[in-house]
Design a protein around this ligand. Sequence first.
Ligand SMILES: C[S@@+](CC[C@H](N)C(=O)[O-])C[C@H]1O[C@@H](n2cnc3c(N)ncnc32)[C@H](O)[C@@H]1O
Length: 263
Amino acid sequence: MEKTEQAHQMASLYDAHCSVQCERGRTLVTNHLRPFPGQRVLDLGCGTGRLAREIGCAVGKQGSVLGVDPNAARVALAKEQEAKCSESDHRNVAFMTGLVHDAEQHGPFDAVFSNYVLHWVPEEDIDATMVGIAKCLKPGGRLCASLTGHTGHCANDLSLLTTGQTEEAVTGMHFRSLQYWTGKLTEAGLQIDYAAEDNTTAINFPTLLEYFEFVKAYSEGAVDYQNLSPKDLNDFMAKHNLGCLTSKFVWTMSSLCVVGVKP
Ligand SMILES: C[S@@+](CC[C@H](N)C(=O)[O-])C[C@H]1O[C@@H](n2cnc3c(N)ncnc32)[C@H](O)[C@@H]1O
């Protein structure tokens, strides 16, 4: 399959399975972002744009949301879906492919919202990304970010079994501590307003199959349960006491939440 076609398929797969991620994002919106009409928000790592569209409805036509993401296929899907919005949606939402630096020229923003994104940033880009976030904000503007502390042993074991490598190595995710993030944001000039870790975040999947599809979607096909033989898959499920593919599954992961304010 051609590379772009595969990227588009992966973007659609992500869109089909990102509900759990978006549900977590809605908590971040309600508890911390609290958008109101007229605000300008940057959605950093917007994916296929579902949350950007929802925030767009809250800030209305007087405000705006810019979603930025380096994954061109996800941004294309976000733009496609936004094009279907009508005047009655009363929102002003745009998407662009790129990194935080590419969004800087469209700022400053009242808030940078970032839902399960920053753990994807490679170590060599972290400092520049944090400085980019600070530059995008108005004085008094806030970064509201949720991120993954770790995805739990089940996903990592699945990665080891399907690829021979850890999930971090094969996907490019980096599981870092809360102290790491608060330290990096402080260095970039933000004041920490809120920081919390929840090591027992429980996410309910109606079936184990949906969880496996979700792992495949967020890893862009890198960790794919379908690469296992039926026997290996059965052994894996038995080892982890997972029942069968139609059993309910509770995914326990660590999630972090950080809010930083630009003085
Ligand atoms: C798990 S998805 C989350 C997408 C969206 N925020 C959501 O809640 O559905 C992580 C997103 O971060 C994006 N990403 C990875 N590295 C990034 C970076 N350095 N800057 C901005 N976004 C990045 C990926 O392309 C991906 O779409």
